[in-house]
Design a protein around this ligand. Structure first.
Ligand code: ATP
Length: 260
């Protein structure tokens, strides 16, 4: 039987500073198994990032619970196991005086401690991810001198440098050109072959169809959670219900895209 890595139970969340006090998430139940590639989809403002932040302990749980490897997330302390690329990596402080190499190595400081120097293995881990993301030639450049897409790849490399067994990505390819998007998903496929569990928040239904094993559709509530195959059986009316406005599928050969 597959090993459950994440279990989300009866999770609800309200941002208390929202004047209307309506929940961002309500009664979410999800299970994610080891080695699974789960795509989380839903319209803007539907609660996807909120769910990811609760899973990662970046927001405190108000109602319900989250288990990671069977342990309550509050008690989970093995965060080296989890790589995270946030939606906002790209808007990283542009004036920050660090090179690409230093930013990638900074992904190791949580594990090593802030003032420990980097050893041969650390530098080899850095080189491995720089190569994986095709940014070796940028290693000595200042992060402030990079384009948005290059910066995003640096932060993906930083998330991978600890060799995490769980990778959480919140719209990681925004601002990356088509070639590097393709290469990025090839990297994810390779990681999946190494049994890395992947949680990907995306608006790209084509990627969901091509790459994910399972899909969770969120719009405050969990509207669908199942296999990629079952997701592809949903019709326009069902997807429109999830998105809260009419959706039509546009076919490009094998792919289909949603548009309103
Ligand atoms: N810090 C916050 N304070 C108050 N409300 C918030 C905060 N962060 C998010 N929200 C609100 O909570 C709801 C869910 O937001 P969330 O960012 O989780 O959605 P999302 O599905 O990730 O959206 P998108 O696809 O646009 O990134 C939205 O209505 C949003 O305005």
């Amino acid at each position: 039987m597959s090993e459950t890595i994440f279990e989300v139970r009866d999770l609800s969340y309200v941002y208390t500073d929202r004047p209307e006090k309506t929940p961002a998430l309500k009664d979410i139940n999800l299970k994610i198994n080891k080695g699974d590639f789960l795509a989380i989809v839903g319209p803007n403002g539907s609660g996807k990032t909120t769910l990811v932040k609760l899973i990662l302990g970046l927001l405190s749980i108000q109602t319900g619970e989250i288990l990671i490897n069977g342990k309550r997330s509050r008690k989970f302390n093995n965060w080296d196991e989890v790589g995270y690329v946030s939606q906002k990596s790209n808007s990283f402080q542009k004036g920050f005086p660090a090179t690409v190499s230093e930013v990638v190595l900074s992904g190791l400081t949580k594990k090593k401690g802030l003032f420990k120097s980097f050893n041969k293995q650390d530098l080899a881990a850095r080189d491995r991810v720089l190569e994986l993301l095709d940014i070796k030639d940028l290693a000595d450049k200042n992060i402030s001198a990079l384009s948005g897409g290059q910066t995003q790849r640096v932060f993906i490399a930083r998330a991978l440098v600890t060799k995490p067994s769980i990778l959480v990505l919140d719209e990681p390819t925004v601002g990356i050109d088509a070639r590097h998007v393709r290469e990025f998903y090839d990297v994810l496929s390779r990681l999946k072959n190494e049994e890395v569990t992947i949680l990907l928040v995306t608006h790209d239904i084509g990627v969901v169809v091509d790459k994910a094993d399972s899909v969770a559709c969120i719009n405050e509530h969990l509207h669908f959670h199942g296999s990629n195959h079952d997701f592809q059986q949903l019709d326009e009316a069902e997807i429109s219900k999830i998105y809260g406005f009419p959706i039509q599928f546009v076919s490009h050969d094998h792919d289909r895209e949603c548009c309103s």
